[in-house]
Design a protein around this ligand. Structure first.
Ligand code: SF4
Ligand code: SF4
Length: 289
């Protein structure tokens, strides 16, 4: 199966670029003579092909952190025993702690993983998320803050002598998000499975994540699931809520808005949220094509 991030055939892999450079910058005469010396070993064609395939198989990835607690990054590193395998499966181009790269690179990226919401009063954040969208084939919102704004929506910032209102919004308010992975924080297994699905091109796993950006809170659960008569009373939403804001009453969820931090966990975990609800009702029940 071809990885989904390789859908743009025009973009060359690193290996292709190296081969291209070799073609456009042929070695000087002295280098050619040196290369003719018998002690210089020529790389076998199969080995060269293998290196090219390995470089081409790894997606170029960046991770960017905006407004949040970095708990989702800690959750990624909580994958302990498979963390090195995960990091080896990707070509990590930018990350503020794991990669020695201080600025978002000026190059094409396959998958951008973004965590944290965007502060609208912070020009650097607004410019950076726009640049990330421009250079990346796919943008993944990781965690509640990037996906729905989460608890940062309650923040007014600007402490001390000169308080000023500051607004924090999910990244989907500014740029198109391809896949969203809610949670506060997102579970280590979910992050690992998403990275592996992305690397392996497992669209069956990733497709439901394409519908989750922007859903914010228990209100969405009540309006779009319970309100549409889709709730089966399974209680998964209550178990998924990190603040215990949901109680099951007579087989239906009730959300305590005083406790809800708008992480989106309940909606993401609800088994009925993966149905395209309105379309499903129209097509399957009302018979509308
Ligand atoms: S009800 Fe709980 S799980 Fe749902 S958005 Fe609020 S805090 Fe998150
Ligand atoms: S997870 Fe979904 S289906 Fe299950 S109780 Fe909650 S709203 Fe209903």
């Amino acid at each position: 199966m071809s990885p989904f991030w390789k859908k743009d055939e025009k973009k060359q892999s690193d290996a292709d670029n190296i081969l291209q450079m070799e073609r456009t910058n042929p070695p000087a005469e002295e280098e050619k003579l040196e290369a003719a010396e018998p002690e210089i070993t020529v790389k076998p064609a199969e080995e060269e092909t293998e290196v090219k395939e390995m470089a081409a198989a790894k997606p170029k990835v960046l991770t960017a952190v905006f407004s949040g607690c970095t708990g989702c990054l800690i959750s990624l590193t909580d994958n302990y025993d498979i963390l090195l395998d995960l990091l080896n499966a990707i070509d990590y181009r930018y990350e503020t702690t794991l990669v020695d790269q201080r600025e978002i690179p000026d190059e094409d990226i396959d998958i951008a993983i973004v965590h944290g919401s965007i502060c609208l009063q912070d020009k650097r954040q607004v410019d950076e998320i726009r640049k990330i969208r421009q250079i990346s084939k796919f943008v993944v919102a990781l965690g509640g803050c990037a996906t729905s704004g989460n608890i940062t929506k309650y923040s007014v910032g600007g402490q001390a002598a000169k308080p000023s209102h500051e607004s924090f919004v999910p990244i989907a308010n500014l740029v198109k998000v391809d896949f969203a992975l809610p949670g506060c924080p997102t579970g280590p297994e979910a992050i690992a499975n998403t990275i592996l699905a992305a690397v392996g091109g497992d669209l069956e796993y990733l497709t439901p994540l394409a519908t989750l950006a922007g859903f914010a809170c228990g209100c969405d659960l009540l309006v779009k699931i319970v309100g549409q008569g889709l709730c089966i009373g399974c209680g998964t939403c209550a178990m998924a809520c990190p603040t215990r804001a949901i109680e099951m009453d007579y087989g239906r969820p009730h959300v305590n808005q005083e406790l809800c931090v708008k992480c989106g966990n309940c909606y993401a975990q609800c088994p009925r949220s993966f149905e395209p609800t309105f379309e499903m009702i129209e097509k399957r029940i009302m018979g509308v094509e």
